[in-house]
Design a protein around this ligand. Structure first.
Ligand SMILES: [Cu+2]
Length: 452
């Protein structure tokens, strides 16, 4: 829930003042109230109450920044500040972010809007905000020293520009960028088309790919790390605590994925093929949309894809770099596959009776065992499904397609129950009844009615 723990400089002029002013009348409002979020739970989307209709985006384990209207201008208030973010239940990171969280809140507006974004700097050093992908005046581009001076600690700067195109954009500092982005300062900026009939969807999910290097048992990212990060996150969250993408059967679904890490991430979704429909450069025309089951998200880029949710089930969605679906781990562990450690184990156990040899038959035993861990960390691979350990971490979640999910319902429906005859089974010497019926072949694979 929103924690209005502070009203910044607004004095008596809070959000309630907006409705008391006549449209077009000259006003002299103070700073808009800054909203803060104190939880990593996915917040319900906010449907528009005025202006063109759109399906609001759902930021997994995130939220959308409220705005107020001032003489026809949409006003937002971002606060850059140190935050404590729950990367997973039981693991907190001391990051820098916006309005109480990292990643920052999603900014949502409509093509044709004029926006005024107040940015208050509560960091110990200067910052700026660059609006990645936006077409705007040069002086609003947020490159410290180039577009304008850095925003000193304690000061508020104002960015103001017209949203001349719809699409998916990102925001992040362009000041001490390496440090500030390694500390978690980034967010997404979605501009909906002013024509509600343009590429409408029923569900619209947002994922920002980011990464941290936090030694087990510590709280602050190692900002000098360049490539060997140990926590691969979506919206500063790791599996098994990334919320599922909950979808009603038949929905048209869009997934927008931005990448502000130091490497590319091939995002793979099971159960569907999909069309790539948007980049941070704009919408892909229908005749140019290409089919994929994995979409590589380059560094400093965004890709959106869409599909019709015809196939019921629990479908994995994850980065296909297999080390990115792991939580904190050492990469200097030797490979023991095929090694006979029996003699060595006997000798070590004379000194330490609890010693467990690991890795000689693979590493899946990491998914079930419970070893003592330092405080404030999570196992390398974890997460339990209905049939045992999922043996994943990091950049992983589940698309849950069900019948009868309400339009604004994103609550976890639990695990999918596979209808009889549609789940892999153990061979016990003869085919079960369902596989022996005359039309067995047509009973198992669901029909697909994928649009074009
Ligand atoms: Cu990856």
């Amino acid at each position: 829930m929103m924690n209005r723990r502070q009203i910044l400089g607004a004095g008596a002029a809070g959000a309630a003042l907006v409705s008391s002013k006549a449209w077009g009348q000259t006003t002299n409002m103070g700073l808009p109230e800054a909203a803060f979020m104190d939880t990593a739970a996915t917040q319900s989307p906010t449907r528009p109450t005025t202006g063109p209709d759109y399906t609001p985006v759902v930021t997994l384990n995130g939220w959308t920044l409220p705005h107020r209207m001032n003489n026809g201008v949409k006003e937002f208030h971002l606060v850059a500040e140190p935050v404590e973010r729950e990367l997973a239940d039981g693991m907190i990171a001391h990051l820098w972010g916006y309005n109480g969280q990292s990643t920052g809140p999603t900014i949502e507006a409509v093509e044709g809007d004029r926006v005024r974004i107040f940015v208050t700097n509560r960091l110990p050093e200067h910052t700026t905000v660059h609006w990645h992908g936006m077409i705007l005046p040069s002086g609003m581009d947020g490159v410290g020293g180039l577009s304008h001076p850095g925003i000193p600690p304690g000061k508020t700067y104002v960015y103001e520009f017209d949203l001349i195109k719809s699409g998916t954009f990102m925001y992040h500092p362009h000041a001490d960028e390496m440090v500030q982005m390694a500390m978690g300062m980034m967010g997404m900026f979605v501009v909906h088309p002013k024509d509600p009939a343009f590429m409408p969807v029923d569900r619209d999910f947002l994922i920002m790919l980011n990464a941290f290097d936090i030694d087990p048992g510590t709280y602050v990212p190692r900002i000098m790390e360049m490539t060997d990060f140990n926590l691969w996150t979506w919206n500063s969250r790791i599996f098994p605590d990334i919320d599922p993408l909950v979808v009603n059967k038949g929905d048209r679904v869009r997934v927008r994925v931005g990448n502000l890490t130091m490497t590319n991430h091939p995002i793979h979704m099971h159960g569907y093929d999909f069309k790539v429909t948007c980049t941070d450069g704009g919408w892909v025309p229908p005749e140019a949309q290409w089919p994929e089951v994995s979409i590589d998200i380059p560094v400093g880029a965004m890709r959106a894809y869409e599909f019709d949710a015809e196939h019921l089930g629990d479908w994995a969605i994850h980065c296909h770099k297999s080390h990115h679906t792991m939580n904190a781990m050492g990469h200097d562990v030797p490979t023991f596959i095929g090694v006979d450690k029996r003699k060595l184990t006997k000798q070590i156990r004379e000194l330490q009776p609890e010693y467990m040899p690991m890795g000689t038959a693979g590493m899946a035993d990491m998914g079930v065992m419970e070893m003592p861990l330092p405080d404030n960390t999570v196992p390398m691979m974890t997460g339990w499904g209905p049939y045992g350990p999922i043996e994943m971490g990091g950049m992983f979640s589940v698309v849950k397609v069900r019948d009868g999910i309400g339009a604004d319902d994103y609550s976890d429906p639990g695990w999918y129950e596979n209808p009889p005859g549609t789940q892999a089974y153990e061979w016990t010497g003869e085919l079960p009844d369902f596989a022996q019926v005359h039309d067995a072949k047509t009973r198992i694979t669901p029909k697909t009615t994928s649009r074009g």
